[in-house]
Write a protein that binds this ligand. Structure first.
Ligand SMILES: *[C@@H]1O[C@H](CO)[C@@H](O)[C@H](O)[C@H]1NC(C)=O
Ligand SMILES: *[C@@H]1O[C@H](CO)[C@@H](O)[C@H](O)[C@H]1NC(C)=O
Ligand SMILES: *[C@@H]1O[C@H](CO)[C@@H](O)[C@H](O)[C@H]1NC(C)=O
Ligand SMILES: *[C@@H]1O[C@H](CO)[C@@H](O)[C@H](O)[C@H]1NC(C)=O
Length: 462
């Protein structure tokens, strides 16, 4: 193990704090099944109830949507909304921004606000304007036939439209973001979008990073590298993980083997180890094999919608020790507010030889958090930014990494073209639950052609 990885691991422990019982946990939900049939309210209700009862993960009660529009309609609000109200499921709304249906997305958002009122508003935890639009408009996205994307200036305009749409409504205080691949967030030509959002949504799949050494034992470090890259570009905006996961079945991607065992390892190391209760996280995915099974398949349950998962989702107990650490940081929010945050960390000596690392910790919280972490290890850290962008307080949470060590990696994500947008994308429709492998280093899906290593190499160079 190279020293920088030791440092990353040491700091992941040293900077790990647990203030964030508030961190959101949930799953992604497409508007259609894998066979393109449209989900109706009872389908969403079944999925949400299953999520709320999923053994070992009963608290994954938030749902990320990709579109506001019910499948098969022009601009009727998606039936996931009444299903969420019926099941007390919180919502990360999504407006599909590419193509020519954005006006319909906004109309559906307006209708939902007036039709469902405070029952709806009280469940909405975020709004994403677009999903991987910038990636699809990049050379790699175009080369991969990923579909129609959108330019950063247009995404910024869409964000403004959504902000004015929710102004003065029950959703006025909901944080507005955008979801994209790490390569898009790391591309400085897209900085206007970073300036426009309250939070950055990141999709990352080490399994698809097939130009790299991506066996499951590297899954956690590849994921961490992607996070570190985005954090360097994020201008201290909060980072949400909007898609990640490891498939239970499917082709081998370079060294990455799709298997139930590996999916569990990834859940334990990345989900339990880095994300859950620390960073707002939407795992990919509760079920993607409802009618037909895609390849690869990422579902925590198989073709039967059941609360018994394919593998044990109960997070391994964290071995606590007498070594606890406090970290403090002062933060300067982008709005100019300053605050400070302290947290305590419990290190887990069984997992990390954390005793000798030294360095200068720089935690990233809501604002620019530069602080000192004291524990059995100190080091250079770049943490997730998890605080609400509108507040001046910062919460330095874990998953720091050593600076200068990350490798540009692809972060394929879900295209999940909403049914409401059918026909507006050059590549036609894609299943709402098929990951479209839209990252720089990904390969093939039913709707996306392969992307060669040479293309990835070009991306690495930027
Ligand atoms: C809904 O869930 C929230 C937690 O997300 C809980 O505080 C609240 O009591 C629930 N409401 C109902 C009606 O079950
Ligand atoms: C960087 O972003 C701009 C604007 O979205 C895009 O035109 C350009 O192709 C991107 N470059 C790469 C290498 O992805
Ligand atoms: C599931 O994992 C948890 C945490 O490691 C463990 O305590 C529990 O015994 C496991 N359950 C089963 C059925 O193996
Ligand atoms: C700490 O130092 C000891 C002795 O030099 C060494 O064996 C060990 O690998 C070091 N640990 C780390 C995390 O660098």
């Amino acid at each position: 193990m190279p020293i920088n990885m030791q440092l990353i691991n040491a700091l992941a422990v040293a900077m790990s704090v647990s203030p964030a019982a508030a961190a959101i946990k949930g799953f992604n939900y497409g508007s259609t099944f894998n066979d393109n049939s449209v989900k109706v309210q009872s389908d969403f209700e079944s999925e949400f109830k299953t999520a709320a009862g999923l053994v070992g993960a009963e608290d994954f009660t938030s749902a990320r949507l990709y579109t506001m529009i019910q499948g098969g309609t022009t601009n009727t609000p998606i039936s996931a909304i009444p299903a969420a109200i019926a099941t007390n499921t919180t919502l990360l709304l999504g407006l599909w921004a590419s193509g020519d249906t954005f006006d319909n997305e906004v109309a559906a958002l307006k209708s939902a606000i007036s039709q469902y009122g405070s029952d709806f508003a009280s469940l909405v935890v975020g709004i994403s304007v677009g999903s991987e639009d910038l990636y699809r408009n990049s050379p790699t996205g175009i080369a991969a036939s990923a579909g129609i994307g959108k330019n950063p200036d247009d995404i910024v305009n869409d964000i403004k439209t959504v902000r004015s749409t929710i102004s003065g409504t029950g959703l006025a205080d909901v944080p507005v973001g955008h979801v994209d691949t790490w390569t898009a967030w790391y591309n400085s030509s897209n900085n206007a979008v970073i300036e426009a959002v309250d939070w950055l949504g990141l999709d990352a799949y080490p399994y698809f990073q097939n130009t790299q050494s991506n066996d499951i034992t590297s899954g956690k470090s590849l994921f961490q590298d992607a996070i570190n890259k985005v954090n360097t570009a994020s201008n201290n905006k909060a980072l949400w993980v909007t898609e990640t996961g490891w498939p239970v079945s499917g082709d081998k991607e370079n060294l990455a083997v799709a298997s139930t065992d590996n999916a569990k390892t990834y859940w334990d190391e990345v989900g339990c180890g880095l994300l859950f209760d620390k960073v707002n996280t939407y795992w990919y995915i509760l079920q993607d094999a409802g009618k037909t099974t895609p390849s690869p398949s990422f579902g925590l349950v198989g073709s039967e919608l059941t609360t018994t998962p394919l593998y044990n989702l109960t997070c391994p107990a964290v071995v606590s020790s007498s070594t606890s650490a406090t970290s403090s940081a002062t933060s300067t929010g982008s709005s100019g507010s300053t605050g400070s945050a302290t947290g305590s960390a419990t290190s887990s000596p069984t997992s990390v030889p954390a005793s000798n690392a030294t360095g200068t910790p720089t935690g990233t919280a809501t604002g620019v958090a530069s602080g000192t972490a004291t524990s059995s290890a100190t080091g250079t850290a770049t943490g997730f930014s998890t605080g609400a962008a509108s507040t001046g307080t910062s919460t330095p949470t874990g998953t720091p990494g050593a600076s200068g060590t990350s490798t540009p990696t692809g972060t394929p994500g879900s295209a999940t073209t909403p049914a409401g947008a059918t026909g507006t994308h050059a590549s036609g429709t894609s299943s709402s639950t098929s990951p479209a492998f839209t990252g720089a280093a990904n390969t093939v899906s039913a709707s996306v052609t392969g992307i060669v290593a040479a293309i990835f190499a070009a991306v690495v160079a930027f």
